[in-house]
Unconditional design. Structure first.
Length: 203
C-alpha cells in the first residue's frame, strides 16, 4: 500500500466539487473544512464543518457515487490523501476501521435527520443558538476552555439555513441581551446558559 500524501491548502481553496468523481479519501489532519450542497436556486447550505480528526465524504466512496457535496477550506489546512484503491485495502483489511466508519455513517444520518426537523419546526433564532453552541464545542472541545468561534456571516448563515441579513439581525439582538459579543468574524459567548435556553426553547 502506498503512503498517504500530505496536502497543504490555503483558506478558501476547493478540495472537491459536487458532481465530481472521488479519486480517494481525504482526511483532515489540521484545519477546518466546510462541506456544502447547492440548492435549486444556487444557494449554498453548509451541511457540516469538518475538523481533525475527520474523513471527508467517505459515504460517497462507500456507495461508489459522485460527490454529493463540495468541500472548501475555512483556514489553512493540512489534508492526508489516500487513493481509492488503498482506501479500500485499509477498510477491507481492518475490521475496527470498518466498524468505526459504519458508526460515523450512522451519526451523520442522525445529524441530518435532526437538521431536517429543525429546519421544519425550529425558528431561526433557535437554530442560530444551536449553531453557535455546537460550533464552539466542535472547534474548541467541551472542556469550557474557550467560548469563541471565527466564521464569516455568510458561512454562518449557510450553516444555519438562512440568509446573512437575518444572521446579522439576530446576532445584534443577542449582543444587546449581553449573551454574546462580536469582533469582525469572531463571536464570543458570554452567557452560555441563556444561549442554551434559547436553543432548547423551541424543542
Amino acid at each position: 500500500m502506498k503512503k498517504a500524501m500530505v496536502y497543504f491548502l490555503r483558506k478558501g481553496q476547493s478540495i472537491y466539487q459536487e458532481g465530481s468523481t472521488p479519486l480517494g479519501a481525504y482526511f483532515v489532519e489540521k484545519g477546518k473544512v466546510k462541506i456544502s450542497k447547492t440548492g435549486s436556486l444556487g444557494k449554498e447550505k453548509i451541511v457540516k464543518i469538518a475538523i481533525h480528526p475527520e474523513l471527508l465524504s467517505f459515504s460517497d466512496l462507500f456507495s461508489h457515487r459522485k460527490y454529493t457535496t463540495s468541500a472548501e477550506t475555512l483556514e489553512e489546512t493540512y489534508l492526508l490523501f489516500l487513493s481509492k484503491e488503498d482506501f479500500w485495502k485499509v477498510v477491507n483489511n481492518n475490521q475496527e476501521i470498518f466498524s468505526y466508519l459504519l458508526c460515523r455513517l450512522a451519526e451523520d444520518i442522525n445529524r441530518i435527520e435532526e437538521t431536517v426537523t429543525d429546519l421544519a419546526y425550529k425558528p431561526v433564532r433557535g437554530r442560530l443558538a444551536d449553531a453557535i453552541l455546537s460550533l464552539v464545542d466542535s472547534f474548541n472541545g467541551t472542556d469550557g476552555s474557550s467560548h469563541s468561534i471565527c466564521l464569516t456571516r455568510t458561512d454562518l448563515a449557510g450553516y444555519v439555513g438562512t440568509v446573512k441579513e437575518t444572521v446579522n439581525r439576530l446576532l445584534s439582538e443577542l449582543k444587546e441581551e449581553k449573551i454574546i459579543s462580536t469582533l469582525g468574524s469572531r463571536i464570543d459567548i458570554h452567557d452560555r446558559e441563556k444561549l442554551n435556553k434559547i436553543s432548547k426553547l423551541y424543542n
